[in-house]
Structure formats: structure tokens, C-alpha cells
Design a protein around this ligand. Structure first.
Ligand SMILES: Cc1cc2nc3c(=O)[nH]c(=O)nc-3n(C[C@H](O)[C@H](O)[C@H](O)COP(=O)(O)OP(=O)(O)OC[C@H]3O[C@@H](n4cnc5c(N)ncnc54)[C@H](O)[C@@H]3O)c2cc1C
Length: 435
């Protein structure tokens, strides 16, 4: 069968990997010049770094399976994570249960209440009754008002911007459960990183796909997919080809833009899926800046919501003299930061960094790479199981395999790989998931 896959991110690579293994003719269209999508890389020192920060959890079995299948398991490192929490300009450790019990911005009893609620959430298996409850109502009910205002409201706001009050308790539960499952023996968090960056997995998958006869069309943006008497036509600026099946992996808005002939009710149903964008600076600094790998920044005036001091998780002599540090901000795509010119954006973020770390000086900055993604995180609202798009579409042979189909878990590389395999299972192309 002739397959076209739109997008060379984790999902597109997993689809092409299996389909070429089954002897199908596969063409992958990718608008950028390489594989990995949101998990693609930038050069850093003598090696590469993720464009957007990425780590995995011990439960991310599909990433582990693909690392194994591509011969990259020996580059995986499990590292002790450390988390900090900025509250009213002061930094607090927030990694272990002991850190929670000594977290002074919360009243003493409230800290216990949070700890007990987190334990209950980790043990919870079913989420059906959480579908009709917002994260806000759920947290207030389970942990109390002060825990919500001090801890969780700023975190929800930092991830979902103005939409934070619509987020479902299911999303919150999924997040707590996932992180709870990735504990080290000391009670801290154990996170996985791949030396030289995650994009290698997708590059290795790409090499195998090509060896099996698959084709990549880089820097080709799919402009239109439509049904013709001969099959499904995929049109870019420079080509038009016909396939038996087409699988679209980019966001829902991108799909709606290119798919022709979709019924109006289906379009409006899909159009309800909303996303948050992300703006991320990857800095190369002369010195370490934060005592933590991951610092949640809750100050309302901070331009970013997290400082990720990568070498606090994984250090590599190949980074050279510079230390990679990310500054990340989730936002609506119509927020001024999203369209701000790079020099102004960098200036604004560095101003924010000076406020949190007064000893930071701009002459520490050796390199800066600014990246943005318009569709970085779907907003998971109430009853999302009813909104979640199906793999099949009203156009025969045209399938969706995208981040917005990941539920109840939060989106991530692991679930992009898994969702791709679930679609292939449905199409009868594989008999079981690889993990
Ligand atoms: C800031 C940030 C931090 C993250 N941190 C983590 C983390 O720590 N751990 C983790 O596991 N995950 C993390 N993720 C999520 C992870 O990156 C994604 O879930 C995963 O990479 C999504 O893969 P995908 O293939 O579904 O989508 P994408 O990676 O978005 O791939 C879609 C591809 O389609 C291409 N494309 C789009 N439109 C067209 C078109 N018209 N024609 C041709 N090509 C097109 C795009 O260029 C892209 O390559 C993070 C994401 C962000 C934004």
C-alpha cells in the first residue's frame, strides 16, 4: 500500500518505522529540515541539545522500547532530579516529601493535607468521575483553598494561561500519578535523559526507514490533502502525489487547514480542541544559575514560568564551557511574547532572570537560541473523552494521529509513540504494542 505521513516527529517516525517494516511504500513529509518535531535538536558545544527541554519518566516504556530498537539504550542516563519553587521572590526546595513538609508558604496542616491527597491520587486507578470536575474544584476539595492558591493555581496558570480554570481534574490526576511513578529510592524523582539529545532516536528510526525503502521529503509543507478518484492526493508547493492512505500527525488546526472536503459538523467538533503555545530560550551560560534542575517560577510578573538548569540533571563534558539553561513560557499564541522580535524577547527574559537570580549578569550569556511552538500543549477540558478525536476521519483512507488524542495521560514523546502504535493496531498493521 502507498502511505503518506505528514510530520516527521515522534508519531510520524513510529508510523513510518512499522509501515516500512511491513513492506509498505511510505513517504514522510516534514516541513523542517530534520526529524524529531518538538523533540528536535540544536547544536550545543561539541554535541546537540533538545530545542525544547525533554526528560522521560521510568514509566515511559515506549521511549525505552524505541531506544532499544534503535540501539541507543546505552546512551540513556537515569538522573536524580531536583525541583524548586519560587514563591514571592524566594526559592524553596520542592523535590522530596520532606521538602513539602517544610514548605513554609503553606500552613503546617495544609502541607500534610497536600501530601495525603497526592498519595490518594497516586493510588487512584479510575478517572471517570473526575471528567466532570475542574482541576481547580478538585484541588480545593482535596487539598484546601490555601494549597490551591499558593501551589497549584500558579502552576496551572503557568501551563494553561487564561484557560487554566477550564482544565479537567483528569489532567491533574494524570500528571501527579505519572510523576509519582518515577521516584528514586531516596524518595526523590528519577528522570531519564539521552546523552546527545532525544532527536537521535528519531534520526536512527529515519535511517532504518530509508534502508527499508521509505522516503523523506524534508522542507516540504503539505498544503492540501483531498480525495480524488485515483486515491488521496497530497499537495505541496513543489509536488502532488496520490496515496492509498494518508496519516496526519501535526496539530488539529494544521489538519483542518490542509484537509479538503471535511463535513462542517466534523470540522466544528475538531475545532473545539484548543492549544497553548510555548516560547523557550536555550541559553549557554558561563556559570550554573539555579540550585535546581527545574525551578517553577510563580511570580506574576516573570516573563517565563520555569528555569530548567539542564546540567543539574545531566552534565556532559561535550557541552564545553557553557551550561545549557532553558527559560520556558506557555502562553496563548496571541500573547505579545509569541510574536515579539527575538532581540526584544531575549532582553525581556534576561530581565526576568536578573530579578530571580540577582547575582546573574548578562555577560554570563554565551549563546541564545529562541524557539517557539504554536501547538505545544492541548488544553484538556471537562469530558475530554467525548471530545478526543478518533483515528478515522470522514474521508476514507485519511487518518489522524496527533497529540490531541493523548488522554488521560499528558502529551509527551512516550504517548506520541504509543498513539502511533494504537492507530497501527486499529489498522491491523501490528499485532501488539512494542512496550
Ligand atoms: C516546551 C516543551 C517541553 C516538552 N517536554 C517534554 C518532556 O520533557 N518529555 C516528553 O516526553 N515530552 C515533552 N514534550 C512533548 C513532546 O515533545 C511531544 O509530545 C512529542 O514530541 C510530539 O510528537 P508528535 O510527533 O506528536 O508531534 P510533533 O513533534 O509536533 O510533530 C509534528 C511534525 O509535523 C510537522 N508538520 C507540521 N505541519 C506540517 C505540514 N503541513 N507539512 C509537513 N510537516 C508538517 C512539524 O514540523 C513536526 O515535525 C515537550 C514539548 C514542549 C513543547
Amino acid at each position: 500500500m502507498r502511505y503518506a505521513i505528514i510530520g516527521g516527529g515522534a508519531a510520524g517516525c513510529a508510523l513510518a518505522w512499522h509501515l516500512t517494516q511491513n513492506g509498505h511504500q511510505v513517504v514522510v513529509y516534514e516541513r523542517w529540515n530534520g526529524l524529531g518535531g518538538l523533540a528536535s535538536e540544536i547544536p550545543f558545544g561539541k554535541t546537540s541539545l533538545d530545542r525544547f527541554y525533554h526528560h522521560i519518566f521510568t514509566s515511559d516504556r515506549h521511549v525505552l522500547a524505541f531506544a532499544e530498537m534503535t540501539g541507543l539504550s546505552d546512551k540513556l542516563r537515569w538522573c536524580d532530579s531536583s525541583v524548586g519553587f519560587e514563591h514571592q521572590g524566594k526559592l524553596y526546595p520542592f523535590t522530596t516529601p520532606k521538602d513539602l513538609l517544610t514548605f513554609s508558604p503553606l500552613p503546617f496542616l495544609s502541607r500534610f493535607r497536600v501530601g495525603l491527597a497526592v498519595l490518594r491520587m497516586r493510588r487512584r486507578e479510575s478517572y471517570a468521575d473526575l471528567e466532570s470536575v475542574t482541576a481547580e474544584d478538585f484541588i480545593i476539595r482535596e487539598m484546601g483553598e490555601s494549597a490551591y492558591r499558593v501551589l497549584w493555581e500558579p502552576l496551572l496558570r503557568s501551563k494553561f494561561g487564561d484557560s487554566y480554570r477550564e482544565v479537567s481534574a483528569v489532567w491533574f490526576w494524570g500528571k501527579i500519578k505519572l510523576r509519582g511513578g518515577t521516584r528514586s529510592k531516596k524518595g526523590g524523582e528519577s528522570l531519564g535523559y539521552m546523552k546527545d539529545g532525544w532527536a537521535q532516536i528519531y534520526q536512527r528510526m529515519g535511517e532504518a526507514i530509508q534502508r527499508r525503502g521509505g522516503e523523506f521529503r524534508f522542507r516540504e509543507i503539505v498544503k492540501r490533502v483531498s480525495r480524488t478518484p485515483e486515491g488521496l492526493s497530497v499537495k505541496t508547493r513543489s509536488s502532488e502525489d496520490v496515496y492509498d492512505r494518508v496519516i496526519s500527525t501535526p496539530s488539529i488546526p494544521s489538519f483542518l487547514e490542509i484537509a479538503e472536503g471535511l463535513p462542517e459538523d466534523y470540522r466544528s467538533q475538531l475545532g473545539r480542541v484548543r492549544y497553548q503555545a510555548n516560547v523557550c530560550l536555550a541559553l549557554g551560560l558561563k556559570h550554573a544559575i539555579s540550585p535546581y534542575y527545574w525551578l517553577n517560577v510563580t511570580h506574576p510578573e516573570s516573563p517565563f514560568v520555569a528555569v530548567i538548569d539542564h546540567t543539574r540533571l545531566f552534565d556532559d563534558p561535550d557541552y564545553g564551557e557553557s551550561r545549557p539553561v532553558y527559560l520556558s513560557r506557555y502562553l496563548d499564541a496571541d500573547h505579545p511574547y509569541y510574536s515579539m522580535r527575538q532581540p526584544e524577547l531575549i532582553d525581556t527574559f534576561l530581565d526576568g532572570l536578573e530579578k530571580i537570580f540577582p547575582r546573574f549578569s548578562r555577560d554570563w550569556v554565551e549563546t541564545v537560541e529562541a524557539s517557539k511552538a504554536e501547538f505545544a500543549q492541548p488544553v484538556i477540558g471537562l469530558h475530554y473523552s467525548k471530545q478526543k478525536p478518533a483515528f478515522t476521519t470522514p474521508i476514507e483512507g485519511l487518518y489522524l494521529c496527533t497529540m490531541a488524542q493523548i488522554y488521560p495521560e499528558d502529551r509527551g514523546m512516550n504517548y506520541a509513540l504509543k498513539t502511533a502504535e494504537e492507530l497501527l493496531l486499529e489498522l491491523g498493521e501490528i499485532k501488539r504494542l512494542s512496550a
